[in-house]
Design a binder for this molecule. Structure first.
Ligand SMILES: [Mn+2]
Length: 283
């Protein structure tokens, strides 16, 4: 009799990431996890920014006390809080969401963020170890996804001993085997870019040989999220960057970074006038 394919008693864990200040999405995932009951739950970073409730999300995560790593948005806001790498036009309306998010983070929350490791090794009994990262094993801002080149994959394999790597950051699920290494990227809880507005996360089950990835997509009522957007002050004074972030929540597509990149390429300011040109060019 083989028990290898009986998954009911096999070890499981969940990875949740990219909450991005979206508390209703985090609550939806936590409610789903209360039913799924994995053996362990890990946070893979990006608690803050892009959504209207960064402070509330960090507060909830701190209270849960789950193992966690940081994302690029977490370390970025912590850096701004230390007064480092402040953009030269920091007073502009464009940076209103970041100024408000920073205002929500208490010294205790910032200390918690600062203490998060960049990567973590997951070791559950009688299973293969897993390397948990936010972006890639090299950098929190380097995503492993459609744009991940063979060269990047080769470099990654050179510095990683685990045969399973789990990341986040790109906000859509992605899975690939690279020369015997299993690479999985989970979907985003709070700000997905795969056209699915549900709260998403990764569930992993040990099948005796490798970790099987299940992409989970949890529907939730978005009205409290949109109410938080309206009440947070992020959108005040016609703040374009906040409008783009809200548009990302409405569409589950990326808008903010493509516009930013386009302005850099064309040497244009991050203004509504530029956005009208960008939108017209994009069709
Ligand atoms: Mn993110």
């Amino acid at each position: 009799m083989s028990i290898k394919h009986n998954l009911s008693n096999m070890p499981t864990f969940a990875v949740i990431a990219d909450m991005h200040g979206n508390l209703p999405a985090l609550e939806a995932v936590l409610a789903d996890l209360a039913v799924v009951k994995p053996d362990a739950i890990y946070f893979a970073g990006d608690f803050v920014n892009r959504g209207p409730e960064s402070g509330a999300v960090v507060e909830r995560a701190m209270a849960l006390g789950l193992p966690a790593i940081s994302g690029n948005h977490d370390t970025w806001l912590a850096m701004l809080a230390r007064g480092e790498r402040i953009p030269e036009n920091w007073g502009d309306l464009w940076w209103q969401p970041q100024r408000l998010a920073l205002g929500e983070l208490t010294p205790e929350m910032l200390a918690w963020i600062e203490a998060l490791p960049a990567t973590m090794r997951i070791e559950l009994p009688e299973t293969a170890p897993v390397l948990l990262v936010h972006g890639s094993p090299r950098h929190a801002r380097e995503g492993m996804g459609r744009m991940f080149s063979d060269e990047q994959a080769a470099e990654m394999l050179r510095i990683v001993e685990e045969r399973t790597i789990i990341g986040a950051h790109i906000h859509y699920p992605w899975e690939r085997h690279v020369n015997g290494t299993h690479v999985v990227v989970i979907g985003a809880v709070g700000c997905p870019f795969n056209g699915d507005i549900n709260a998403q996360y990764g569930l992993f089950t040990w099948d005796g040989e490798e970790w099987r990835f299940e992409h989970r997509s949890v529907p939730y009522d978005h009205e409290p999220l949109y109410a938080a957007w309206r009440n947070s002050g992020y959108l005040d004074d016609g703040c374009l960057s906040a409008e783009l972030m809200l548009l990302e929540h409405h569409t589950a597509r990326t808008h903010y970074v493509p516009f930013w990149d386009w302005c850099l390429e064309n040497d244009l300011p991050l203004t509504r006038e530029s956005y009208e040109r960008f939108a017209a060019e994009r069709g």
